[in-house]
Each structure stands twice: as structure tokens, then as C-alpha cells.
Design a protein around this ligand. Sequence first.
Ligand code: NAP
Length: 473
Amino acid sequence: MSLPGTPSNPLRVAIIGSGPSGFYAADHLQRQTNLVVQVDLFDRLPTPYGLVRGGVAPDHQKIKSVTKAYDRVASHPNFRFYGNVEFGRDLTHDDLVQRYHAIIYAVGAQSDRRMDIPGEDLPGSHPATEFVAWYNAHPDYADYEFDLSQESVAVVGLGNVAMDVIRILARTPEELAKTDIADYALEALRHSRVRNIYVLGRRGPAQAAYTTPEIKELGELADASMVVAPEEVILDPFSQQVFDSGDDKEVVRNVEVLKGYAEQGDSGKTRKIIMRFAVSPVEISGQGCVQAVKIVKNELVPDGKGGVKARATDQFETIPVGLIFRSVGYRGVPLPGVPFDDRAGVIPNDKGRVLTAPQSGTVVTGDYVVGWIKRGPSGIIGTNKPDSVETVEMLLEDMRGDKLLTPRDPSRDSLEALLESRGVRVVTYADWQRLDAIEQERGQSRGAPRLKFSRVDEMLAALDTEPKPVPGD
Ligand code: NAP
């Protein structure tokens, strides 16, 4: 049989996950103007965009305008969105193998890394990822509860997710109301008694993972002060050298911003963001719930790779806090029927070609991977573009070498008949666009860009009750 990619035998690709990496993979496939490519994009939620909807902070609306580019991808005549369809539940790997030449996993990193310290699972100790999903109205987290009656909270980690969590805790209800934060989260935060937010970084200000705009933004909040004691910005000899060399501009900027906070002192606003560097939580304690975090002071020593790592000293301190957000990174979860590298928390792959096991060198025919489940939870949204291009190029190379799958039933009719036989209620892109319009309209009364639906049944009910637009209207 001839190679796929022709009008009579289109190249059929299933993409699992409709976040940025999935859309960038679809985009690069669509750019192959010499090929006829059918892209079917699946998401277990009725809504697309992955972390752009469920991760990007509600007060960072501008970043979300990237979805316009995804909508353009979705408008391609050979593109279909199958929302509310879960891989592993509604569709198996085998179902896809029978219907597609290739499958691209773009499922992101849906869980969190653990710290492995005593007390980590006490009530009141939460992965930051859960708080993020909750305030962003992710249906799986809408019923979570966070005890915001606590005055003192700790956020562990110095990444941009930590920065997001701190801002959401520190902003006033008036600031939050203008965003697309979940309505229940806004209500809960309205009654928040949080006053002190301790930020615990295991290394120093020169090693912080956050970017400069994010640390600057903490100093611009309406009713929260940055509290940085002068001794926190005294650099260890190695970091001082890096700072003095000026080679790493981001390090210089980040350290300067912090020095500025230290010089300025506490500006006396209601909430305090208290930065602590070179400390690691060693135990979370409390009677039935979090009451304190015990931290150890670290010294920073060469890591043998040109940087520094934290080494615990024998100086301990206990900070009374009633709530802890562990923001130490996301982690991928295994998919049924797909290899998984448990150590790294990713699908083992070589430039996006799925391998049977890490370093095995043996590829799984037709299986590809993009985004965080390919490389781990790093980078900004745009990082996913070249990452997805790399994978799609491998897929196209395999297509030219006749190394893709040979589907028995390569048609959308067959896929849709299968989903229907399983009673799956598919949400199309047109359906999503109706939901999108409803959400935006609902946001108007609050002066917000949108008021999100946070439950799948609410979304489906809204689609059932809203009249469908008449073509030509
Ligand atoms: P991240 O940038 O990798 O930061 C993780 C932080 O956790 C680091 O400070 C790390 O410290 C610390 N950490 C890890 N293990 C620890 C442990 N056992 N004890 C104490 N601290 C520990 O991860 P993230 O914040 O989850 O962000 C994920 C990605 O999304 C990043 O690339 C981020 O830039 C991106 N993102 C971007 C934005 C934005 O552009 N506004 C917003 C959100 C997220 P070490 O450095 O010492 O390892």
C-alpha cells in the first residue's frame, strides 16, 4: 500500500491532550502542505488548552491570549476535537492503533513531586499543583478544601508555580475579582485570614527558579509587603562570584530585586511575604493537622556540575504554620498501555519517539510524545513549540520510511461509531466555543474576563440548554 498522506489515504494522527504541546504538534502537522493530514485531538475534559486554562494563574490573563493561535489550528478543515473523551477509559491504546497511523501523547505532568519528609500527608499540607487546579476551576479539584482560616502559611520552593500560589494567597479580593479565578475560590479567599506567607527556598537567591518579572510582581501587590531580612541576601562565595561576573543576567536581576526589597524593609501592608533562603523543611508536625514546619539551615556547596547544592547543617528552626503548599515540581503519571519511566516521571523517548523502556533503544511503533510528559515539567508555554516540532519531524521521518502503524480501520466514522457505542458524550470544538462564549458572558457581572464552569455536568447541561447558533447568524 502507498504511504499515507494522500487524499484517499490521509495520514491519521491522534493527539492525546489538548494543552500547548498537543496544539503545537497539530500545528506542525498541518504545516505539511504536501501531505493530507487528519488530526484528531482528544481531551478528557470538555474544555481544551490544558495548563493554559488549568495552570496559568488567573491574574496572568495576557499569557492566555496564546489560545488564539490554538483556535486557528482548530479551525483547519482536517482537524477535529474530541473533548470529554478519556484515554484509557473511553478509548484504549488498541482502539487507536486500529484507527490511526500515529499517536502522540501530550498529557503533561498531572501529579506532583514529593518531598519525602515526615508529616507530608498531614491535613493542611498540600501539593501546590492541587491549589492551582482548584483556583483555576479544574473539575477534578472543585471540591477540594484549603483551610484559609490559618494566619501563617508556608510555600516550599522558588519556582514560578510557587510565585503564582503566593500571589493568589496575597492578593486582595478586589484584585482577584477582576480575574477568571473560580467563583468558589474567590469566595473562599474573600474570607481568608492568611497574614504571613513564609517562602522556603532550599538554595539561595542566585539559584531561585523563578523569573524576574514574577519576583518583581510580588512587590507590586495592593496589600502585601515583601519581607526580606538583610542576611537573606548575603550570597555564599560561589554565588557572589556568579553575581559579580554578571554573566547570568537573570541571576543579577533576581538578586538585585531582592536586595531592593531588603533595603526597602517591610512596607507595613496587611499581608507579609517572608522570603527565607537556604532552608529545607525536614518535618511537618501537628496534632491531626499541620501546626508547624521544622526547617534546617543549609549551606551551599559545589555540586560538581558547575553549580551549588544545598547541604544541611545542624541548625534547626520551627515555624508555626497551619497550611503548607509544597511547590517542588510537577510529575507525570503513567498511561495504560504506554511505557513509563518511573524514576523520571516521563514516557521514555528518544527525541519524541516512545521507547519500550528508558535507554532501551527500541521504539514503540506509532507512539510519540511531546511536552512535559516527554521532557519533564520545565520551560514556559513557548518551549513546547520546538519540542513538538522535534517530535513531529521524527513522526514524518518514520512515515517516509514506512515505519508507522497500519490501521485496519482508518476513519473518523469508525472512531465516532465506537465512541457512540460506548455511550461517550463527545464535546466538539464548536461546543467548546459555545461554552467559551457562555463563560465570557457570565464573567461580565463580576468585571472578569470569564466565569469558568468548574463541573463537567454543568458544562454538558449548559450545552444542552443553550440554543445552538443558526448558521449565517
Ligand atoms: P520549577 O521551576 O522546577 O521549581 C521547583 C522549585 O522547587 C525549585 O525552586 C526547586 O529548588 C524546588 N525544589 C525541588 N525539590 C525540592 C525539595 N525537595 N525541597 C525543597 N525545594 C525543592 O517548577 P515549578 O515552579 O513547578 O514550575 C514548572 C515550570 O512551569 C517551570 O519551567 C516554570 O518556569 C513554568 N511556569 C512558568 C510560569 C510563568 O511563566 N509565569 C508560571 C508557572 C510555571 P532547586 O532549584 O534547588 O531544585
